[in-house]
Design a protein around this ligand. Structure first.
Ligand code: BG6
Ligand code: MG
Length: 233
């Protein structure tokens, strides 16, 4: 566990955190593997080189931005782009059909219970158009106060818009919220929103977070409050 920001507030300035905003893919559930397999299938069908390493760079990007990255400068008519996006999502939806509460990443269920008990508000702010169906399949809709995605705002991550919108919907300010993210673009978005941010996974992706953890397993609200409650957003 590392902390990369150390600008501690005086106790007088400290305001307890009151809300948690989760990214979804790679934070609550491991859809990253499903995204990888569906992009790989599409790339193979189209004769475009792609691999797991290239997929890592797509974390957090919208479907269209991911496709443009995958095409590496190849220019295609809009109708072809749309067909590729639809085909990719069709493949992805067949993976979603298999999801259940067992698809939650380790530690998510107890952490959500802990947040409810502590009276902390919760939101999911995703880049995914599939956010509502995935949250339903995971069986956690009753645990989340606000579900939103980048299509509710003007600019996708790394712009702060979706996190600011989620906080506003929760009735909280940015300084009240902590974001959990697994992607570089998401950490950047949370920082731009002036929120505290926990990065989950690889420091190569989330090195700019306030606190880096391997995942949510074993994490309780008092750990988060104790670690981040006293540093400036
Ligand atoms: C993000 C994922 O959360 O959502 C990306 O990290 C994905 O890998 C993006 O491309 C868009 O998802 P969807 O479900 O709209 O295709
Ligand atoms: Mg993610």
């Amino acid at each position: 566990m590392t902390r990369s920001r150390s600008d501690a507030l005086s106790p007088v300035d400290c305001r307890p955190l009151r809300g948690v905003i989760f990214d979804m893919d790679g934070v609550l559930t491991d859809t990253i593997e499903f995204h990888y397999q569906t992009w790989q299938r599409l790339a193979d069908e189209e004769g475009i080189p792609f691999n797991r390493h290239a997929n890592e760079a797509l974390r957090g990007l919208s479907r269209r931005d991911s496709l443009l990255r995958l095409l590496q400068g190849r220019v295609l008519p809009e109708s072809k782009l749309q067909e590729l996006l639809d085909r990719k999502n069709r493949y992805f939806r067949s993976f979603i059909e298999t999801m259940t509460a067992d698809s939650l990443l380790p530690g998510v269920r107890p952490f959500l219970d802990d947040l409810r008990e502590a009276g902390i508000k919760t939101a999911v702010a995703s880049a995914s158009q599939n956010v509502y169906v995935v949250i339903e399949k995971l069986g956690i809709a009753p645990d989340i106060d606000i579900i939103t995605n980048v299509y509710d705002v003007d600019r996708p991550k790394p712009a702060p818009d979706v996190f600011l919108y989620a906080a506003q919907q929760l009735g909280l300010g940015p300084e009240d919220c902590v974001v959990f993210e697994d992607a570089e673009s998401g950490v950047e978005a949370a920082r731009a929103a002036q929120m505290r941010v926990v990065g989950l996974g690889d420091a190569a992706q989330v090195g700019a977070a306030d606190w880096i953890l391997p995942g949510l397993e074993g994490i309780r609200w008092h750990h988060v409050q104790g670690t981040l409650g006293a540093i400036a957003p």
